[in-house]
Design a protein around this ligand. Structure first.
Ligand code: DX5
Ligand code: ZN
Length: 229
């Protein structure tokens, strides 16, 4: 995985057809997705349950590019190896998921995966100030995690603060929650480079009519790029 700050669209398969993940992943990649964002929820850290490492391993075979695994689970550490073995390129843990996020990021990197750290809307940018050299990606949640299709919460001040803190370090800023053509310009302008989008990518398309996914991805990318035009 090489590093750049170009805008990357990462469809969240939380909004895909759960009975058809393999074909859904292939469809979004064929339609221009840069990364595939995989939301793991435990019914404990967040009030919803999705799936675990076995599902990640199964869908890995259908993803050519980056598999970006967002762990909304607590504890995290006992499961890191399983998600790494499932083929995750990026493993992101929440700073709120336990008292030892520093150790968690070390453990993720030790597997060879890229280490991400996610911040809930109520958590300030300063929470990662001591973690900048241990992380490859900071995920700014723009909804409270647990469900797709929620209303975007403006975190642009936090994104700008993180962008300044990161400086020249090769650390991505990812935005997760409520990203669509209306909110993409603000987050891109604030300094984000990875835009997760669930409902805004999958609405209006299907594996039998995947052009809808492609149109949605192109529109979000154009909206994000438009701020520089
Ligand atoms: C929220 C998840 C998100 C979610 C985004 O807990 O982490 O990745 O799928 O969905 P949308 O884009 O519909 O807000
Ligand atoms: Zn997510």
């Amino acid at each position: 995985m090489s590093f750049d700050r170009n805008i990357k669209i990462a469809p969240s398969i939380l909004a895909a057809n759960f009975a058809n993940f393999g074909a859904e992943c292939e469809a979004i990649e064929a339609q221009g997705a840069d990364w595939v964002h995989v939301d793991v929820m435990d019914g404990h850290f967040v009030p919803n349950i999705t799936f675990g490492p076995a599902t990640c391993a199964a869908i890995r075979k259908h993803i050519k590019g980056v598999m970006d695994v967002h762990l909304m689970i607590a504890p995290v550490d006992p499961y890191i190896d399983a998600f790494a073995q499932a083929g995750a390129d990026v493993i992101t843990a929440h700073v709120e998921a336990g008292p030892h996020i520093h150790r968690t990021l070390q453990a993720i990197r030790a597997t060879g995966a890229k280490a991400g750290v996610a911040l809930n809307p109520g958590t300030p940018a300063d929470a990662v100030a001591e973690l900048l050299d241990l992380t490859d990606l900071i995920c700014v949640m723009t909804v409270n995690p647990g469900f797709g299709g929620q209303k975007f919460i403006d975190m642009s001040n936090k994104i700008r603060a993180l962008r300044a803190m990161i400086g020249d370090r090769p650390v991505h800023i990812e935005i997760d929650g409520g990203v669509d053509v209306n909110t993409a310009p603000l987050v891109a302008q604030s300094g984000a480079d990875v835009l997760v989008a669930g409902s805004a990518v999958f609405r209006g398309g299907s594996v039998s009519a995947p052009e809808g996914y492609g149109e949605n991805i192109r529109n979000i990318r154009a909206a994000a790029a438009g701020v520089y035009a």
